[in-house]
Ligand binder design. Structure first.
Ligand code: FAD
Length: 350
């Protein structure tokens, strides 16, 4: 969506196909980093976003044990203007961005599900096929951008091989309505439990609770029952006593099967992947959304010039796409390797 906004703002003709009919979604990457807020500020959009969209702010990521609290990351020095992470729900952020993209002339087509790539005689990707309410449609494109997330259909049909780097954890999420007399925390907190950890994110009207479990161990967790999870949470945070009684079963929680995935290349002629479609990351560090937004910003800078030519030169578009991968891939893979190590160490405690 950010790329759609940036390209439309730069004067390009751009169409976004979104399979869902709305942006209602929960438990996604909602944590906008100081650097991303600074970037939005250079576009003149950060203040408006923070004024328009309800969010919370956290100045540190903290780890708590029964006896001590450690500040793992302090965001106060990260930016003079935005010394915090903004916890800003995607369900609010995406429609906000879509409105601004449309205002610059972008077509945001909701309920339009990508189904296949189309190719020209040279084999270059030249457009896509998509469905709306079971009806087939096609659209030509000078460049197709696959930004369709961790289970990317674009990646699947492009034949680009994906490799799992080995996530060690999964997370079970739950939203707990907040009460006025609840204690306050930094907003991004992790509490040690006897067999893992409990994440506590301040989402304003709700607390977002997350139990880490070993990757692939949902069946075992189910067999142990929801009481074990409840006891672990209350053991870490006594004020939760009585607050989780509505949880009848482990299936009342939302599973995030964590994945850390890399793909052989982010591009083919006429095609580029970005965000989770190119690199699924762990929620460790809360940067899935920030990496995707940084990809979009980088690619937009490279594409706006070439897309102003009529018609755009395919070679210039492919050079721009390759530039994104060269610039962004090393940093993303460094972060993924660090996540693999962090998750392994955490999983040993479970
Ligand atoms: C279920 C789920 C839970 C997550 N939980 C967390 C979390 O707890 N913490 C965290 O840090 N990160 C989480 N993430 C990851 C985080 O949300 C992403 O890293 C971030 O949103 C950036 O992703 P993106 O824009 O590349 O993809 P996404 O945000 O996944 O966006 C992809 C978009 O493409 C659309 N789409 C998919 N298929 C098609 C198709 N065939 N045609 C058209 N449109 C399509 C989707 O509806 C979606 O709107 C989660 C992701 C998912 C999918």
């Amino acid at each position: 969506m950010l790329l759609t906004y940036l390209l439309a703002r730069g004067g390009a003709e751009v169409t976004l196909l979104e399979s869902r009919h709305d942006f209602a979604r929960r438990f996604r990457g909602d944590t906008l980093a100081p650097g991303v807020l600074e970037y939005l500020d250079t576009l003149g959009r950060a203040d408006a976003l923070l004024a328009d969209v309800p969010h919370t702010r956290t100045d540190a990521f903290r780890w708590h044990t029964a006896t001590r609290t450690w500040t793992l990351v302090d965001y106060r020095g990260a930016s003079a203007r935005f010394p915090f992470y903004a916890l800003l729900p995607q369900a609010e952020f995406l429609p906000w961005l879509a409105d601004r993209a449309r205002a610059h002339g972008a077509t945001v087509h909701m309920g339009a599900r990508f189904s296949a790539l189309r190719h020209d005689d040279s084999g270059r990707v030249s457009g896509v096929a998509y469905t709306v309410d079971a009806a087939q449609h096609e659209i030509d494109a000078a460049l197709v951008v696959g930004a369709d997330g961790r289970n990317s259909k674009v990646r699947q049909v492009s034949g680009l091989a994906a490799t799992e780097l080995g996530a060690s954890l999964d997370i079970l999420w739950h939203a707990l309505p907040r009460r006025d007399d609840d204690p306050s925390y930094s907003g991004l907190d992790l509490f040690g439990t006897p067999h893992g950890s409990l994440a506590l994110l301040d989402q304003g009207t709700d607390w977002q609770l997350g139990w880490t479990i070993r990757a692939g161990s949902l069946a075992e967790v189910r067999a142990r029952g929801v009481d074990a999870l409840r006891d672990a949470a209350v053991g870490a945070l006594a004020w939760l006593d009585g607050r989780l009684d509505d949880l009848g079963d482990v299936s009342d929680l939302t599973l995030l099967p964590v994945r850390i995935t890399t793909i052989e290349r982010w591009t083919r002629p006429g095609l580029v992947l970005l965000g989770d479609a190119a690199h699924v990351v762990s929620p460790v560090g809360g940067n899935g959304i920030n990496l995707a937004l940084a990809d979009a910003a980088d690619l937009a800078n490279r594409l706006v010039g070439p897309l102003r030519r009529t018609p755009p030169d395919p070679r210039q578009l492919d050079v721009a796409a390759a530039g994104l991968e060269s610039a962004r891939r090393p940093g993303v893979e460094r972060e993924q390797r660090a996540q693999v190590r962090t998750e392994r160490a955490a999983a040993e405690r479970i």
